[in-house]
Ligand binder design. Structure first.
Ligand code: F6R
Length: 260
């Protein structure tokens, strides 16, 4: 794992945007895995800015989102469909047919999950998977106890996750109980995983995921098995890491060819 600590979430998001831009400029049909939530918002703002100001071209980009609530229509204000179109897709030149988000209204959920896996394969796999981190260590909606080799499937959200998302639904009682999420096994097949976490409330989960044992109780700890996982943090999220000085030293002394 490469652990990168930036002074704040803005600078960390700028670094993430540069990584995405590099992939788009270098690969003819880049495949991005995307997350929703507060964490990637600034990254998406930078990508929109790069599109507007530098002409960064998204016309060949294919995307797969991590998850979607079950029972929400795409135009529900709290759906991840709505989040993605509002915060990114409507503001760049992506082709609608290249956008993939699990269908929360699918009549046959297992078939829909299987099709999602096949679509990822047909696209050649995910080049760069953006991830946020739940305060309970989840990635996607793989809650603690998720199998580390799980595939796209239905998951039941924990109380803590439903509390964290209550603000988007005008109260916890309105938050769905179930979601479709890419599995941890699905996520680990991405060629690069980029986990972003900002703020003090993520510090404990980061310390467990990065320096604790690999365990289904902390789903993000599965990233320790990934050959190219980048953990991008602000100072607060990094504040409980024991080997912080080492991570800083590594980043500051990267050989020229490795720099982002
Ligand atoms: C969202 C997702 C979740 C979030 C996580 C953190 O698509 O998969 O794992 O990344 O719950 O959410 P924020 O960024 O709002 O703290």
């Amino acid at each position: 794992m490469e652990i990168i600590v930036q002074p704040d979430s803005q600078q960390a998001s700028w670094l993430a945007a540069r990584l995405v831009r590099k992939l788009i400029l270098e690969k003819p049909r880049p495949v991005l895995g995307l997350a929703t939530g507060n964490t990637p918002l600034q990254l998406y703002k930078y990508l929109v800015k790069m599109h507007r100001e530098e002409g960064l071209d998204f016309s060949q980009v294919i995307t797969f989102n991590l998850d979607e609530y079950i029972g929400l229509s795409p135009d529900h204000p709290a759906s991840f469909h709505n989040f993605m179109w509002t915060n990114l897709f409507n503001q760049i030149n992506i082709r609608p047919e290249n956008v993939h988000i699990p269908d929360g209204l699918a009549p046959d959920i297992p078939a829909c999950c299987e099709k999602y896996e096949q679509q990822i394969k047909a696209a050649g796999g995910i080049d760069l998977q953006i991830l946020g981190l739940g305060t309970n260590g989840h990635i996607g909606f793989n809650e603690p106890s998720s199998s580390l080799s799980s595939r796209t499937r239905l998951k039941t959200l924990t109380d803590q996750t439903r509390k964290n998302y209550a603000v988007f639904f005008g109260g916890e009682e309105n938050v769905p109980f179930h979601a479709i999420t890419m599995g941890i096994g699905t996520i680990l097949e991405a060629r690069t995983c980029l986990l972003m976490a900002f703020g003090k409330k993520k510090a404990r989960a980061i310390a467990l995921a990065v320096e604790g044992p690999i365990t289904a109780s902390v789903p993000a700890s599965a990233l320790q098995l990934h050959p190219r996982a980048i953990i991008l943090l602000d100072r607060e999220a990094a504040s409980e890491l024991k080997n912080l000085d080492y991570y800083r030293w590594v980043f500051e002394h990267k050989p020229e060819w490795q720099k982002i």
